[in-house]
Design a protein around this ligand. Structure first.
Ligand code: PMP
Ligand code: GLU
Length: 383
């Protein structure tokens, strides 16, 4: 049947992060004691009051299709959040709620790209950006990083041409954990406005920051806000990865286009999950602080205990740490680490950064202690 598959899918590799996670589940089923430092999802349970809200929704019969773009109430709550926390003013008509931030990004790409349009993706990047751009018919163009693992501005300027449609910005960044400052964002915003390109600003890790402030590029000025499709969701901030709720806030024409696509594909986001998301965003916006405290302690444990043979980048946000393994082939190293020490991590290659491994510390401290012990033993023997 392979000959029946589309060229689009034949060129595609499945998500590395989710693929490794599935592999870990399979090994665990076989009884192997694997330490999973691969996938990025908070190990905490969704807070009980948020779950209760969804249960009430089910009991009250809130179990039907909603508006394709999400309920008015949820979109209103999102607008209030954006104003309260990001000083950004949007109307509910500018918000589209989808089945996770991943879906929001994909919908946005479908709504904005024509065949061959170029999308600038600063490396290291989250695995799914290039794949989503390709599925939507666009061409990913990768921008180099500077000494701080942030966008190399000169390289960015040199990449922009008539076909450039969009840039995807991700701060705090998966996989490096870097967070852009307001000043850095101002410089990027100027380039976006000067060249009249769009910006997808993926802010899914907004609340997971350590001693630094998250700034949305849309808050720099009206000109860049107009060109920005702000993406966020409830997966990371409220430990709600399985509920699948993400959203965009954008120019009304873009929101309408995304809504149109969604109305023909998933019809709407899950009604019950929308109930839970209203409660999370409206009442529990600070709940992530408890999780962040714990993430920080785990991050600091890794920094204090990781082998001197492995340099790392100190994360200012997210729950990932990017380890430098020199000139080694990251896929081979990750495979060997899994086979010999039963520790799962994601190869840097999948994030456009060969010679690195991404370690997720979204797991409990006992796992982290054991995982780091095994990684250190591995480094002694192999690096
Ligand atoms: N953006 C980034 C950078 C991510 O790491 C993830 C991972 N979940 C997402 C978007 C998508 O989040 P979700 O679809 O769960 O809302
Ligand atoms: N975003 C998380 C990660 O990078 C979850 C998996 C995925 O959606 O890629 O591990």
């Amino acid at each position: 049947m392979r000959d029946k598959l589309s060229d689009r899918v034949l060129k595609l590799k499945g998500s590395a992060t989710l693929g490794i996670n599935s592999k870990v589940k399979e090994l665990k089923r076989k009884g192997i004691d694997v330490i999973n430092l691969s996938v990025g999802e908070p190990d905490f349970d969704t807070p009980i009051p948020i779950k209760e809200e969804a249960i009430s929704g089910i009991r009250e019969g809130f179990t039907k299709y909603t508006e394709p773009e999400g309920t008015f109430e949820l979109r209103e709550v999102i607008c209030e959040k954006l104003l309260r926390e990001n000083s950004l003013s949007y109307t509910p008509e500018q918000i589209v709620v989808s089945n996770g931030a991943k879906h929001s990004i994909f919908n946005t790409l479908l709504a904005t790209l024509n065949p061959g349009d170029e999308v600038i993706i600063p490396a290291p990047y989250w695995v799914s950006y290039p794949a989503m751009v390709k599925i939507a018919g666009g061409k990913p163009v990768f921008c180099k990083w500077n000494d701080e693992f942030k966008i190399d501005i000169d390289h960015l300027k040199s990449l922009i041409n008539k076909r450039t449609k969009l840039i995807i910005l991700n701060s705090p960044c998966n996989p490096t954990g870097i967070v852009y400052t307001r000043k850095e964002l101002e410089e990027i915003a100027e380039i976006i406005v000067e060249n009249n390109i769009l910006c997808i600003s993926d802010e899914i890790y907004e609340k997971i920051v350590y001693d630094v402030e998250h700034v949305s590029i849309a808050s720099i000025d009206e000109e860049v806000k107009r060109r920005t499709i702000l993406v966020n969701g409830v997966s990371k901030a409220f430990a709600m990865t399985g509920w699948r709720i993400g959203y965009i806030a954008a120019d009304i024409e873009i929101s309408k286009a995304v809504k149109k696509i969604q109305s023909h594909t998933t019809s709407c986001p899950s009604s019950v999950s929308q109930k839970a998301a209203i409660s999370a965003i409206k009442w529990y916006s600070d709940i992530s602080k408890i999780m962040v405290e714990k993430f920080k302690r785990r991050r600091d444990y890794i920094i204090r205990n990781i082998s001197e043979k492995i340099p790392y980048l100190q994360p200012q946000g997210t729950f990932y740490i990017f380890l430098n393994i020199g000139n080694s082939d990251s896929e081979k190293v990750a495979k060997k680490l899994l086979e010999e020490k039963h520790v799962a991590v994601v190869p840097g290659k999948d994030f456009g950064a060969e010679g690195f491994l991404r370690v997720s510390f979204a797991t409990d401290i006992e796992n982290i202690k054991e995982g780091i012990k095994r990684i250190n033993e591995f480094a002694e023997e192999n690096l």
